[in-house]
Design a protein around this ligand. Structure first.
Ligand code: HEM
Length: 557
């Protein structure tokens, strides 16, 4: 179905129509290894003449030396070709198709390359390469400051990373585990109260769960959100942010068009809430920080709370100066964003696949029930984290439905690089395609089949081969700073849910295989933007059900 905004985007629309037609005509030619070595044909002549109409899209002759000519012919002519797939939310799937058709190093834009081998992925993201992030990350500048995620130069990033990474490294503390377990209790409380009611949208529920946890870590206990239990402003913002994901590619690829649409709609006084969701969250974060500072009497050195805010207020730059409040506000906003939707998407797909595979629910339940319990009546995160069946299942979900859209663009450093004999000049944008790596048939047999057993019973060398191609959290110098936190949230919730309930996809709801296919948005959200699941209490849940209800009741009283 065409959406209004696709039609509004006339430049991309018309470019796409003729490029789609011509690409198919030229497929044979484009399969040749090098355009420069290919004999001239009338088709090529025609294309090269028409291509000059694509303003600013042809790179100079010197930039083209050695540039990979493998890939869809029209990608080499205009950046609007990949933009079209971006805006129609099909970018990742399209790049995967092109890798299957053309090979592991392909041109996806006049100055843009995608790679799909674990060795090249390691080269561009590894610490040794020193690749900077691309201009794409300028879109994540907030309050006029770059948070860790948006810092582009490799060297600037290294210093800042030490402060943030050390904070998230400390989440292994028992206090954080207790705090996550409290939030799990609240989720269970919600589900119990809704027994017999319509199915539960787990995309929203897990988004509230993730948001409450990250806000506790960012601002501290007194100032965190309570979105799981309370239907307030935060729920509306989170709901709007999900819808805003669908506008992301327009905003990133065609900022002027996006700005114009926003301006027009504001003028008509009918700006839809998803189009100002970012600003709403920014305002919310700004107000929270002011509340915390007001509460501590403006004393920035108050260290009673072990929150990221307090950590940053007490940190210094390498020159010994304090971090600016603007930078701190930007970092907290970025962490809110990074930690909410990614965890919600991952948890939603894990629950969805478990609901489709009841036998795996039983296997995971039996595995968790066999683990030793702590004084609180649950197995610790450390023992849950080493449970192989749950790990295999989660890995398979990450493989087929990774929680990020694969926009981890880097820039080829000065002097250029040679990959598999192909010289790529400096300044070219380069990305490893997560989805192509995760579906590489030479590594993962029958890559389109959902099969968690592929992760079980492997020799160490087989396991290493599979691991090298699985990158849901990125890789190398800029690997996700919140990986440990995300893993704790995901595993503690899944373990506790599946000891207590059986789940099914609600057959009467709109949740289907199609609605659960991923859009190529920044965080790969499910197309339906919801996932309706029914929860059935297991009567003999090893006492866990009874204990949890009791604890939830006592806390809520
Ligand atoms: C399942 C959940 C998550 C997934 C799949 C995920 C994925 C990723 C990926 C792929 C990157 C690398 C981007 C790049 O290389 O350009 C990244 C970076 C980052 N993530 Fe996550 N993430 C998750 C959860 C979290 C959480 C809970 C936090 C906590 C705040 C977090 C904070 C960050 C930060 C700060 C960065 C930037 C790191 C840097 O540039 O050094 N993420 N994440």
């Amino acid at each position: 179905m065409w959406r209004l905004r696709d039609l509004l985007n006339l430049k991309s629309f018309s470019a796409a129509i003729w490029t789609l037609l011509i690409e198919e005509l030229l497929i044979f030619g484009a399969r040749q290894p090098s355009l420069d070595n290919r004999p001239w044909s009338p088709q090529l002549l025609l294309i090269s003449m028409v291509s000059s109409n694509f303003a600013g899209s042809m790179e100079t002759r010197s930039q083209r030396v050695g540039f990979p000519d493998v890939g869809p012919f029209l990608c080499k002519l205009s950046r609007y070709y990949i933009s079209f797939f971006d805006i129609s939310l099909q970018r990742t799937e399209k790049i995967r198709e092109w890798h299957i058709r053309y090979g592991p190093i392909i041109c996806i834009g006049p100055k843009e390359v995608s790679v799909a081998t674990p060795t090249l992925m390691r080269e561009i993201y590894g610490s040794a390469g020193g690749y900077a992030k691309s201009k794409y990350f300028d879109h994540f500048v907030a309050y006029g400051e770059r948070a860790l995620f948006a810092i582009r130069p490799y060297e600037d990033h290294r210093e800042r990373r030490k402060v943030i990474a050390s904070f998230y490294h400390d989440v292994s503390k028992a206090s954080v585990e207790n705090h996550i377990n409290e939030r799990v209790d609240r989720v269970i409380g919600q589900i119990d109260r809704r027994q017999g009611d319509p199915p539960i949208d787990v995309f929203s529920l897990t988004s509230h769960f993730a948001f409450d946890i990250i806000s506790r870590l960012l601002y501290g206990k007194r100032h965190c959100s309570r979105t799981i239990g309370v239907d307030g402003e935060e729920r509306q913002i989170l709901h709007d942010l999900k819808k805003a994901q669908l506008w992301g590619p327009v905003k990133f690829d065609m900022p002027s068009l996006y700005g114009f649409i926003r301006f027009l709609l504001s003028l008509l006084n009918c700006l839809p809430s998803p189009l100002h969701a970012d600003e709403d969250l920014m305002r919310w974060n700004y107000n929270k920080i002011n509340d915390v500072l007001a509460h501590s009497g403006g004393a920035t050195t108050d260290v009673r709370e072990d929150s990221l805010l307090h950590r940053l207020l007490n940190a210094t730059n390498p020159d010994g100066k304090k971090l600016s409040l603007n930078y701190i506000t930007s970092e907290l906003y970025d962490n809110l964003n990074a930690a909410e939707i990614t965890v919600a998407v991952s948890l939603t797909y894990i629950i969805y696949h478990l609901s489709e595979n009841p036998k795996w629910q039983t296997r995971i339940r039996e595995e968790i029930l066999g683990l030793p319990c702590e004084v609180n009546g649950f197995p610790s995160f450390t023992s849950i984290n080493s449970a192989p069946i749950m790990e295999a299942f989660i890995r398979e979900v990450y493989r087929v439905n990774p929680g990020t859209g694969g926009h981890a663009e880097r820039v080829v450093p000065s002097g250029g690089k040679i990959y598999d004999g192909i010289y790529i000049p400096e300044g070219i944008r380069i990305t490893a395609s997560t989805i192509a790596l995760h579906h590489d048939a030479t590594i993962f047999t029958s890559p389109d089949v959902f099969d968690p057993t592929r992760w079980l019973g492997r020799t160490p060398s087989q396991a290493r081969t599979l691991d090298r191609s699985l990158i849901p959290f990125g890789y190398g110098a800029r690997i996700c700073a919140g990986k440990l936190l995300a893993t704790m949230e995901i595993k503690l919730l899944i373990a506790r849910l599946y000891v207590r309930y059986e789940t099914r996809v609600d057959p009467c709801s709109k949740t289907t295989r199609q609605s659960m296919a991923q859009y190529a948005t920044h965080d790969s959200v499910p197309r339906g933007l919801r996932c309706d699941i029914t929860f059935h209490l297991i009567e003999d849940g090893n006492g866990e059900g009874q204990q949890t209800s009791e604890r939830v009741r006592v806390r809520e009283e």
